[in-house]
Design a protein around this ligand. Structure first.
Ligand code: NAP
Ligand code: GDD
Length: 339
């Protein structure tokens, strides 16, 4: 049985990846942070699953800033594969916390790579790299596009990207960078723009709110569906050799397009509800990200199936359903991981 370690297992991608690996028969270990409130809502259905796979899921407390704990965890588990997904992942927040973002999102990767190198554990390493590293470089962006990060988050991810490459070249480590473009789902964090929009659409439709405050509506993104993107991560670690891949849909969609499509799903006119708030602008913006994932299609057999219009519908329907259940009291009571 293969053993995987996932950092960031409580996040959007970590939860889908844990599902995927458990379904493939892996033993799955996740690194989680101690929090003063419950933070495992995305994986509780896996942890207390009545099925056999729940017995193959293990959670370990730790933090990317705590190098010695990471080192001993890697040494103890000896995982076959490590998926490094944990990060301070919010671009706007990284302008307020540049040093912290550098420590967690950048140096956190080095701590893991060093843990692998110094313990001599034989493992395959996935680094969650980001299209934010392309920043100001015009689209379409591929593996050959020059990097030009526009935020402390983008700069931290670029440092981590080069560290993964350096450990591959210097020590022969099987370390890959998945350069993933934006990917979303009903489990997306509520402060990222897509989920902020679909959650507000549900609240407006059901009469709980009357407006939605947003920043730059002109930004263009390439939005895919998160469950498909974690499959691409897994494929990268099964390849014969380690190399870096762009993962994207290739579809152009602006924030305005997303807003308009989301309100249309519930038959409302978006222009009546959207208000502008300059606080959501960034000091430097990434105007346009559209990926070219030809290499992943050719070498990994991976291709996006869900594109932006369908993604919008999936997310709006999920938020309307979730809120309706909460309001009529029929929402299932969640079980929770309680260490
Ligand atoms: P997410 O939902 O924000 O999840 C981030 C995860 O990192 C959470 O589990 C979080 O734990 C954990 N974490 C944060 N700081 C930590 C620390 N100091 N120590 C240990 N764990 C920590 O992110 P996501 O959307 O799933 O993205 C996964 C990864 O892919 C991230 O590295 C992100 O930067 C990168 N990425 C994402 C996208 C995208 O569009 N989603 C695109 C490209 C790259 P808590 O639950 O306790 O907060
Ligand atoms: N969050 C947010 N909130 N963004 C807004 C808002 C708002 O109210 N109004 C407009 N936007 C614009 C942002 O300025 C940005 O251009 C775009 O919406 C997308 O913002 P986010 O959803 O926060 O995502 P991101 O593109 O900055 O970063 C995400 O994708 C990266 C990959 O390209 C994150 O998931 C990163 O972790 C990831 O690496």
């Amino acid at each position: 049985m293969k053993r995987a370690l996932i950092t960031g297992i409580t996040g959007q991608d970590g939860s889908y990846l844990a599902e995927l690996l458990l379904a493939k028969g892996y033993e799955v270990h996740g690194l989680i942070r101690r929090a003063s409130t419950f933070n495992t809502h995305r994986i509780d259905h896996l942890y207390q699953d009545p099925h056999e796979s729940a017995a193959r899921l293990f959670l370990h407390h730790g933090d990317l800033t705590d190098g010695s704990a990471i080192m001993s965890l890697v040494a103890r588990l000896q995982p076959d594969e490590i998926y490094h997904l944990a990060a301070q992942s919010h671009v706007r927040v990284s302008f307020d916390q540049p040093e912290y973002t550098g420590d967690v999102t950048g140096v956190g990767t080095t701590r893991l790579l060093e843990a692998i190198r110094s313990t001599g554990v034989s493992t395959r390493f996935y680094q969650a790299s980001s299209s934010e590293m392309f920043g100001a470089s015009p689209p379409p962006q591929s593996e050959e596009t020059p990097f030009y990060p526009r935020s402390p988050y983008g700069a931290a991810k670029l440092y981590a990207y080069w560290m993964a490459r350096n450990y591959r070249e210097a020590y022969g480590m099987f370390a890959v960078n998945g350069i993933l473009f934006n990917h979303e789902s009903p489990r997306r964090g509520e402060t990222f723009v897509t989920r902020k929009i679909t959650r507000a659409v549900a609240r407006i439709k059901l009469g709980l709110e009357s407006s939605l405050y947003l920043g730059n509506l002109d930004a263009v993104r390439d939005w895919g569906y998160a469950p498909e993107y974690v499959d691409a991560m897994w494929r990268m670690l099964q390849a014969d050799s380690a190399r870096d891949y762009v993962v994207a849909t290739g579809t152009r969609f602006s924030v305005r397009d997303f807003v308009s499509a989301a309100f249309a799903c519930v038959e409302l006119d978006w222009e009546q509800y959207i208000r502008y708030d300059a606080r959501y602008e960034r000091p430097t913006e990434v105007d346009e990200l559209i990926g070219d994932a030809s290499l992943a299609r050719k070498e990994l057999g991976w291709e996006a199936q869900v594109h932006a219009p369908e993604l919008v519908r999936i997310m709006v329907e999920a938020d309307v359903r979730r809120l309706s259940e909460e309001l009529d009291g029929s929402a299932a009571r969640r079980t929770r991981y309680d260490p």
